[in-house]
Design a binder for this molecule. Sequence first.
Ligand code: GDP
Ligand code: K
Ligand code: MG
Length: 278
Amino acid sequence: MKKITAAIAGNPNSGKTTLFNALTGARQHVGNYPGVTVEKKEGSRIYKDCQINFIDLPGTYSLTAHSIEEVVARDYIINENPDVVVNIIDASNFERNLYLATQLLELNVPLILVLNMADVAKKQGYSFDTEKLGSFFNARAILTVASKSEGINELLDSIIEKSQIQTEQTPSPLQIHYGEDIEREIDKLEKLVDKKHPFAKKYGARWLCLKLLEKDEQIIGLSQNREILNAAEQSISHLEKLYGDSPEILIAEKRYGFVSGVYEGAVVHTVQHRHQIS
Ligand code: GDP
Ligand code: K
Ligand code: MG
């Protein structure tokens, strides 16, 4: 039987555990991630001759090094290399939840977007162009109501389909463009990182450069090379002088800009008038 590993990532309260339960039923195991007290929930499901192993990652809004949950989630994704990452999004709180999806896009993981709470979103007057949404992330987007097990089979089918695509052969051509000034610094650093960073292959050079510009503590710790760290510091102070803000803030703003574009392209909000609600 083919084995597939699928990690479920999402903001707290997006319905991650409800979805995990709907997917795995009673076949669950709870442990801890090595070295930390963050709970690790695993479960499995047999579907169409595949054994799909699910991991319920800790709930996070982003993938920075600022919280232990975020480090655990991104370390799991980078080190364990799951076949598929399912990003569950609270569809009734779409724009806010999408920030994490931008982080997953940048990690270039095989991604599926699950728009959960579809019932709540519908009542609020939201409708989604899932084709269009998926095209922004090189991912399939699926509507679910996890508390009623709606959309589960479509998700299982998508997981199997996604796991069959050899991601190494088809690197995602999609990336967020950070504007000329930041892109120039990324380019400079990327050349150096590509050649000299001990983990360039594993993390991807562009991602490492972004994290260096964001002063990500964990990544700075892994980047022992003085030349790389000096170059990163030069780039940071150059951008700070230019914009009067830290690259961390500038980069986050660009991600929010990307999210706004996705929202405008893929979401329709019909304001419901009182007399229309029976
Ligand atoms: P987590 O923090 O992401 O693990 O979220 P939970 O799975 O604990 O869910 C948070 C709350 O949302 C619970 O009360 C769930 O019953 C509820 N919930 C989950 N999915 C849905 C859904 O699709 N629709 C609705 N209406 N409620 C949901
Ligand atoms: K919760
Ligand atoms: Mg939970």
